[in-house]
Design a protein around this ligand. Structure first.
Ligand code: ZN
Ligand code: ZN
Length: 377
């Protein structure tokens, strides 16, 4: 009898353990239900921690301009309810049995992607962001690797992600300011390296917001002479403080004089409709214009004249691969390069207020939500 009871216990116990590993993870966050963009507290679950996955307790989540576009369905209809957030940093609180990069207690970051096929030429070339089967973006996307569930982002208390898509946070990092590097950092870092920007180059940064202020810091650190372009007088001093040699208010015709044929590289982070030809003309022969900002409605009004500037390249750049994101983060922490952040509480009204400031261009330069302040009830 005892033997049978013992066997039953063993069976029950192993069944329990197997079940526990399959268990979905409860999560709390902030969601919007429509393009009206009203945030509310939202309880949901995440897929179980698989053998290659880590569970991260989110500490900070950045608010990226593209979150606004997604929330408001500006690039096509979004999936709702949506929990935005693709600038995530937190602490590892559980690991799957095959995980080797992280242990419990480590800091980890997550950026714009949480999965990709891993087998196509782009994935093999460390460019998961252009996976030919489509990368799985961190929120609002169907995840074919997890029953096609819709991904939920970082405005929440936790996330489950494959260790292959989690970034190691170097020791000594100022953890409050790390999250925006995972999108704004790598998005600007990547084209600066693709175009091989080096000491003495003349670099233009068009749009001086969350992305632009990172581009300025990286270009200055690489030894370039940096000119900032924006539409306000209010950021002139900030540009100088971050090391820019020159500030151009594009609404001021005087500022624009004498700039044609003078730049080796220009990065445009402008998130609003604008005319890129002005910047193409400013390139030297052989110069590059990298476009990383996504104007609303996804349209860029570019005149055919822009293609009559011989031997200048206009190219698209889109975030960066996981390997490149790790290189960017290691470089940033080692060189003390961080975004300038304003920390807000994990509260629906605060998030909506922050969105208004981002839209009005008032933020300097990135809002970061302190997710540890989320109402745990
Ligand atoms: Zn972003
Ligand atoms: Zn792929």
């Amino acid at each position: 009898m005892n033997k049978v009871f013992g066997l039953l216990m063993v069976c029950l116990l192993s069944f329990n353990m197997a079940w526990a590993q399959e268990e979905r993870i409860p999560a709390k966050g902030f969601a919007v239900d429509s393009k009206e963009g009203h945030f509310h507290p939202y309880d949901f679950t995440r897929h179980a921690v698989g053998d290659n996955d880590i569970l991260i307790e989110i500490l900070y989540a950045g608010i990226c301009h593209s979150d606004l576009s997604s929330v408001w369905s500006e690039h096509g209809k979004s999936n709702y309810p949506m929990v935005p957030g693709h600038e995530i940093v937190g602490r590892v609180i559980a690991t799957g049995k095959n995980v080797s990069k992280f242990k419990t207690g480590d800091y980890a970051g997550v950026g714009c992607m949480v999965n990709s096929c891993g087998e196509c030429a782009d994935c093999k070339a460390d460019m998961e962001q252009s996976c030919q089967k489509g990368p799985v973006f961190t929120y609002g996307f169907h995840d074919p690797y997890h029953d096609n569930e819709i991904t939920m982002g970082g405005y929440s208390n936790n996330i489950v992600v494959s260790e292959d898509f989690a970034i190691t946070v170097p020791a000594g990092a100022d953890i409050k300011r790390v999250a925006p590097l995972l999108c704004a950092g790598v998005t600007t870092w990547s084209p600066l390296h693709y175009s091989n920007v080096k000491k003495g180059d003349k670099v233009g940064v068009a749009g001086f917001g969350g992305l632009g202020h990172m581009a300025v810091q990286y270009a200055v650190r690489l030894g370039a002479e940096v000119t900032v372009f924006d539409i306000t007088e209010e950021k002139r001093d900030d540009a100088a403080r971050l090391g820019a040699a020159r500030y151009v208010n594009v609404n001021n015709p005087e500022d624009l004089k004498g700039l044609d044929n003078s730049f080796d590289f220009i990065i445009s982070t402008i998130p609003l409709p604008y005319e890129p030809f002005m910047y193409v003309k400013m390139l030297k022969k052989g110069g590059d214009l990298a476009i990383v900002g996504l104007p609303e409605n996804s349209t860029l009004d570019i005149t055919a004249m822009a293609f009559q500037a011989p031997n200048r390249r206009v190219y698209a750049s889109f975030i960066g691969g996981i390997k490149e994101t790790q290189e960017m983060l290691d470089f940033s922490i080692a060189n003390n390069i961080y975004p300038e952040v304003e920390i807000i509480k994990a509260d629906a009204a605060e998030i909506e207020n922050a969105y208004k400031s981002v839209l009005d261009g008032k933020v300097k330069f990135r809002y970061v939500i302190d997710m540890s302040t989320i109402d745990k009830k």
